[in-house]
Each structure stands twice: as structure tokens, then as C-alpha cells.
Design a protein. Structure first.
Length: 248
């Protein structure tokens, strides 16, 4: 028995995943062997191995995350992957999601990383926001667009393919008083902005209240994660140029 990190009741805890298992599906071939990922390691990326678990949640909270957020995310994202196989730097794609479940799935990843004691996630510390996000996840409350906005960079490899095989440890970038966490999985570097004041660039360029979201294509091998963040945030006009191709 120990305190569940989500409901805060004393219960037997599960070995919880931080990144759900289905996010690893594209990392493996039909034989269950991990595919080669070239270039990783030299550019400051740290891979998160499959099966990484931590004692975090009770069985009921595991089920809650799965039913309310993971299954809807799989239906909206994994099962109809909205990004093309190939893309060029500077292109932008749009996709449409259900705002609440899509956002809360991402906040649940951020939350699990924050409450995990695994060193891989040590960079994620949410302070007073941890309890706010915990309540949002439990209550199914995604908040307004200005609350913990989410921004997305689609990552291409050296062959201009969306690179879906990369699952990287989270990074922290501090920009304008915001703590911006970068989580990389399924072809996208997802940026979560955590602060008490508004991040207008994320609000304008990120997940919208109607569930629309833009994905800005950037080569993953050219920029370290923090450089990419700094660049994207320095050039809002560049990011907000009209789409050359529309993904929906
Ligand atoms: Zn619980």
C-alpha cells in the first residue's frame, strides 16, 4: 500500500507506464525486434526504453487514464495518423481532434513524468501546477486554451520522412517565464507550456479550443531539442505562415 499519485488514496499500486505501450508500436518490426535508429545519441537525444515503469497509480486510476484518455487518443491519433510519410522543412499540416481528451492525454503524460521518480523524467517538476493538473485529469477538465497550451513540431529525418521511431526523454526549456517541456513520441516533438501567465505564441500556434492543431515540420537531426525550441519561439511569423500543404 502506498499513496496513488492521482487519487491520493492509500492503495496497492500498479507498475505504471509513463509513456503508454502503444506509443512504442512503430519502434518494432513484425518480429518484435527494435528497428535501427541512425544518428540517435550524437545529437543529445536520449531514448526511452520500452517497458519503463514506475509504481505510480492504483488500478482504478490506471483504468481511468486508459479509458478516458489513452483509448480516445489512439482513436484520434494512432489509428488515423494525420501526418504524411514524407514532409519538408517549413511545411505545416493541420489535424482535427477532440479538444478535451486530446489535451488531457498529453497532460496525463506530463503528470506521470512529473510524479515518476525515474531519473529519465527528473527534469519534469511541476511545483504547484502538479496538483492543478492532477485535478484536471481526475475531473476531465481540460481547461481553456490559455491553460497549459500545447504546441507541436513534426520531426523529419535525413530522408525527409516523418520520424516515428523516436521516443526521447523530456527536456526543459525556459522561455519568457514559462517552463516548456518537450516530449518526443510518434513523429512529433510535443511542447507543453507550464506557467501561471499566458503563452500567446503557444495559444496562437498550438492546439485550438475547437480541437484544430498545426504541426510545423522541422528536421530532428539538425537541432538539439532546446535549439529547436528557441528557434521556433523566436520566429512566430515563420511558424504561422499559411500552409503549403494541408494535412486534413
Ligand atoms: Zn488512484
Amino acid at each position: 500500500m502506498a499513496m496513488c499519485k492521482l487519487c491520493r488514496l492509500d492503495k496497492p499500486l500498479c507498475q505504471s507506464h509513463i509513456y503508454p505501450e502503444f506509443l512504442y508500436a512503430t519502434l518494432y518490426n513484425d518480429d518484435g525486434r527494435m528497428m535501427g535508429i541512425t544518428g540517435v545519441g550524437r545529437r543529445g537525444w536520449t531514448l526511452v526504453q520500452k517497458g519503463l515503469r514506475d509504481e505510480l497509480l492504483c488500478r482504478e486510476c490506471e483504468a481511468l487514464l486508459n479509458e478516458r484518455y489513452e483509448i480516445p487518443f489512439q482513436q484520434q491519433w494512432t489509428n488515423r495518423y494525420p501526418l504524411p510519410e514524407r514532409a519538408n522543412e517549413g511545411e505545416m499540416f493541420y489535424a482535427q481532434f477532440a479538444y478535451a481528451t486530446f489535451k488531457l492525454f498529453h497532460l496525463s503524460i506530463l503528470f506521470r513524468a512529473a510524479v515518476s521518480s525515474h531519473p529519465m523524467f527528473g527534469v519534469v517538476t511541476l511545483g504547484k501546477h502538479e496538483d492543478i493538473i492532477r485535478r484536471m485529469i481526475l475531473g476531465g477538465d481540460a481547461g481553456r486554451v490559455d491553460r497549459y497550451p500545447i504546441f507541436a513540431t513534426a520531426l523529419i529525418n535525413g530522408r525527409a520522412e516523418i520520424e516515428r521511431r523516436l521516443i526521447a526523454a523530456p527536456t526543459l526549456t525556459r522561455v519568457g517565464g514559462h517552463r516548456i517541456y518537450g516530449f518526443t513520441f510518434d513523429g512529433v516533438l510535443w511542447w507543453y507550456s507550464v506557467s501561471s501567465h499566458r503563452n500567446l505564441e503557444f495559444e496562437r500556434g498550438g492546439l485550438q479550443g475547437n480541437g484544430a492543431m498545426a504541426f510545423y515540420v522541422s528536421p530532428w537531426h539538425e537541432h538539439a531539442v532546446t535549439q529547436a525550441a528557441a528557434k521556433a519561439l523566436r520566429n512566430p511569423r515563420q511558424r504561422l505562415r499559411p500552409a503549403q500543404r494541408n494535412g486534413t
